[in-house]
Design a protein around this ligand. Structure first.
Ligand code: ADP
Ligand code: MG
Length: 337
């Protein structure tokens, strides 16, 4: 089963540039979490801090008692082996076949025999749906296939924590839907703790158990998906709706005058009707159920009284319906559901 990642009071700067401050959150063991946030808010820096590749100035990242910020480098190195990291760009070696790319961590970090390596690599290739493409070079396949190859490579060392940095960038909507299902299926198969950084609203709405968002050098929120999906924070609603109107501007932040003008004249489509929480994806038929589902249910029901009313209602509704049916948090007048 996956391992909990506890982040406590993390603050990161590069020179005088503060990236984010006092970030605290827990990635619950085996659950899937999504991190949102405009470009440049430090999401990639956050992932690199979790695996100890970047060193925040303050705070701790605790995994099995090891602090990925402050523990001795040899402990950090050992703990890093628990991670599988899927980079933003796939980060494949252009001159190597997919097979050799995916085999690379095994050849680099283990003393496994070539026959064993072949077995593991082919298993991961099948898992991500790339059977038949193993002899191809990265330049000969589509962007979506390169992403999946990057995911396969992240999985060869049997990670207990999987980090995916914008796995959807450059994918069309259909490929993104396949990717969402692949991520949920992966969680069902290996029960790893997963954190996915994405801009994609479909992934955000359908994949995670938990969701967070970075904005203006802070973690705006992190918690059960229902909290963010029912949030009234302008930055959250703007991001989830993909609107121009709101605190997020082209250069990340808008000035006060622009915001005031928008508040005076809200665009008509902003007075939108009911906000619907779409159901979370379930593993494909034939796969085991996700082990995290039962744990998550206990955990979330145990924290209900500390959640905002809208989130509480949405969670109660979800579990009352067996956790699968659509939930209307703001029922349309007369809809009766
Ligand atoms: N190694 C580094 N040295 C200095 N600045 C960096 C470094 N890595 C990232 N940054 C800066 O940190 C900020 C956040 O970057 P990043 O984490 O890539 O944002 P995101 O992934 O949310 O788009 C950017 O302003 C970037 O220039
Ligand atoms: Mg990034």
């Amino acid at each position: 089963m996956g391992i909990e990642v506890a982040v406590e009071g993390l603050t990161m700067s590069f020179g005088k540039q503060n990236i984010w401050q006092d970030v605290s959150l827990t990635l619950p063991a085996g659950e899937v979490s999504v991190m949102l946030g405009p470009s440049g808010t430090g999401k990639t820096v956050f992932l690199k801090s979790l695996i100890g590749l970047l060193k925040p100035q303050q705070g701790r990242v605790l995994i099995n008692g090891v602090d990925m910020v402050n523990s001795p480098e040899k402990d950090i190195y050992e703990t890093r082996k628990l991670f599988g990291l899927m980079f933003q760009d796939g980060a494949l070696f252009g001159s190597m076949t997919l097979f050799d790319n995916i085999a690379f961590p095994l050849r680099e970090h283990t003393r496994k025999r070539e026959s064993e390596i072949r077995r593991i690599v082919m298993e991961r290739i099948e898992l991500v749906g790339l059977l038949g493409a193993e002899g191809k070079l990265p330049g000969e396949i589509s962007g979506g296939m390169r992403k999946r190859a990057g995911l396969a490579r992240a999985l060869v060392l049997d990670p207990q924590i999987v980090l995916c940095d914008e796995p959807d960038s450059g994918l069309d909507p259909v490929r993104t839907a396949y990717l969402s299902q692949l991520l949920i299926d992966l969680n069902a198969r290996i029960d790893a703790t997963m954190l996915i950084v994405t801009h994609n609203l479909d992934i955000a709405a359908t994949v995670p158990d938990n969701m967070g968002m970075f904005f203006r050098r802070n973690l705006v929120t992190f918690g059960p998906r229902e909290v963010l999906l029912t949030s009234e924070e302008p930055v959250v609603t703007q991001f989830l709706a993909g609107r121009r109107e709101g605190p997020i501007g082209m250069s990340e932040e808008k000035d006060a005058a622009t915001l005031a003008a928008e508040a005076d004249a809200p665009a008509p489509h902003l007075t939108a009707g009911p906000r619907v929480i779409v159901p979370q994806l379930e593993p494909s038929p034939g796969l085991p159920p996700r082990a995290a589902v039962a744990r998550r249910r206990e955990r979330v029901l145990g924290m209900l009284d500390r959640l905002p009313p809208a989130a509480r209602a949405a969670i109660q509704d979800t579990y009352a319906r067996g956790g699968t049916a659509p939930t209307l948090t703001k029922p349309a007048p007369g809809s009766g559901s």
